[in-house]
Design a protein around this ligand. Structure first.
Ligand code: MBD
Ligand code: FE
Length: 290
């Protein structure tokens, strides 16, 4: 962490409006109005930020080094900038903005770093955990349009962590994809599959984002969740998550909950313990584990 001295408090910082104006004017001829708007406002906020906080050169250098270290962590399974956006609540903010454009739909949720394009196609009733240990979970979801009518032939990608909170892409010993699958909704707009209960999950915290969490006394945990991406030509895509009611880190107050601020009350659902035969005839009770 950065340890330099801050300049003495109470000093009057110079007015930098002339400098801000010059940079803003430099964007005047940007042909794309949206580009001009976003860059102009970004510069205004950055200038205001360094001015209001009287940022020193070592501090700014530290910030640049932090971002540079983050930028170097880009693998298939780890994108530090995504995590940074997540833990600062920016991903969630953009998600809420996006969702507000389509009222009357199931709430969306952030994509996260572990979606893999083109998951393996799975049959209704199959086990996407492929026998991994955990508490058996039977998922029965209906996809409906905004009039409540079932949507058949929608593509539904699902992905989740295992019992220890790891996604398959984080486990090099696994042989091929697991706990991720692609379903097509049936004539009644439904999909059904076996899996295991997802568990709470620490976001990767051995990099710059982890240092920031540690420096601020924050924990790295996400509340247990199942991811869904639902799409069909002619419909707006829905990316969402379902959270396990009663699970840890669901608290949306006080900044001690889900570390990416991704929980929405509407998306917390009952994962009810079942007794007796399972919907597909398998023996099952609430205590049963494999
Ligand atoms: C996850 O599993 C996740 O879903 C998000 C949004 C961020 C980090 C890890
Ligand atoms: Fe996730």
């Amino acid at each position: 962490a950065w340890r330099g001295e801050r300049p003495g408090g109470g000093r009057t910082v110079p007015d930098l409006g002339w400098l801000t104006d010059q940079v803003v004017a430099s964007f005047d001829r940007a042909p794309d109005a949206r580009v001009r708007q976003l860059l102009t406002d970004l510069v205004r906020h950055l200038h205001s930020y360094v001015t209001r906080n009287d940022v020193t050169q070592p501090e700014w250098q530290y910030a640049i080094e932090f971002l540079t270290r983050a930028g170097h962590i880009t693998t298939d399974t780890r994108q530090e900038f995504v995590l940074l956006s997540d833990v600062l609540g920016v991903s969630s903010a953009v998600d809420v903005l996006t969702n507000s454009r389509t009222p009357d739909t199931t709430a969306s949720a952030v994509l996260g770093p572990f979606y893999v394009e083109g998951p393996p196609a799975a049959e209704h009733g199959s086990d996407i955990a492929q026998g991994l240990p955990g508490t058996p979970l039977w998922v029965d979801v209906s996809v409906t349009d905004t009039h409540g009518e079932p949507v058949p032939d929608a593509t539904v990608d699902v992905w989740q962590s295992n019992e220890d909170g790891f996604y398959d892409v984080q486990l090099p010993d696994l042989d091929g994809p697991v706990l991720r699958a692609r379903f097509t909704t049936d004539a009644g707009g439904r999909l059904r599959f076996w899996s295991i209960l997802p568990s709470e999950y620490p976001i990767p915290d051995d990099g710059p984002v982890g240092q920031m969490l540690a420096a601020t006394g924050r924990h790295p945990w996400r509340a247990p969740h199942l991811h869904f991406m639902i799409f069909k030509p002619g419909y707006t895509q829905l990316i969402t998550q379902l959270f396990v009611r009663g699970g840890p880190y669901l608290d949306t107050e006080g900044g001690r909950g889900d570390t990416v601020f991704g929980v929405k009350e509407d998306l917390v659902v009952d994962f009810a313990p079942q007794h007796g035969p399972a919907p597909d005839g398998r023996p099952l009770d609430g205590e049963w584990r494999r």
